[in-house]
Write a protein that binds this ligand. Structure first.
Ligand code: SF4
Ligand code: SF4
Length: 182
């Protein structure tokens, strides 16, 4: 399967398809596919797209999205850097509008030549980004649409999903029409 990996093209397509992506979000929100089935489908698509994409050639999330750090992250990373939690927080963090402790500058200061310099102890949110393998995908659709222009994995999974769900629904509609004709 060929996936789009060019960040400029992805941004341009996602921006020009923005209305369609929000419409599909609403469509999916109230679609009759059960949550666990949707999660399984997204997980399979995610696996296939992740295999085809080299995050070290991209690193766009580390350049564009400031991660929020939990207490455990702050404790672990400051210990690794051999600084107090207070010094770490003062140096690297700021409060977001939502009251989270987020990295205070972009690209992330721990990004070094497109690789995470604290990879083994990186924040939990970085570990799970782009969060497509978590349960209840349907509840995170707003975040997914917002991430389409930033993350090639999200972009390609969402594009695939649009195709699959619409094809299935069109086939269902067609078979209903055929039944009516009989
Ligand atoms: S998770 Fe997405 S944005 Fe981040 S490096 Fe991988 S492909 Fe790029
Ligand atoms: S901590 Fe590492 S993985 Fe997380 S944003 Fe910074 S460079 Fe990227």
């Amino acid at each position: 399967m060929d996936y789009e990996i060019d960040l400029k093209k992805i941004k341009a397509i996602a921006e020009s398809d923005e209305e369609e992506n929000w419409d599909f979000r609403s469509y999916l929100k109230f679609h009759d596919m059960p949550d666990d089935e949707l999660d399984e489908l997204v997980s399979q698509l995610n696996e296939s797209v992740e295999e085809a994409i080299d995050c070290t050639k991209c690193a766009n999330c580390c350049k564009k999205i400031p991660p929020d750090l939990r207490k455990d992250d702050i404790r672990r990373i400051s210990k690794h850097l051999k600084v107090s939690e207070a010094v770490f927080s003062e140096t690297y963090l700021k409060r977001s509008e939502e009251g989270e402790n987020i990295i205070n500058v972009l690209p992330c200061p721990f990004l070094d030549q497109n690789k995470c310099s604290i990879y083994d102890i990186r924040p939990e949110t970085c570990r799970s980004y782009p969060h497509l393998d978590k349960p209840d995908f349907r509840s995170r659709l707003t975040e997914v649409v917002r991430n389409c222009s930033l993350c090639p994995i999200v972009f390609n999974v969402y594009e695939e999903l649009k195709g699959i769900i619409r094809d299935d629904d069109m086939m269902e509609d067609q078979s209903l029409d055929d039944d009516l004709l009989w």
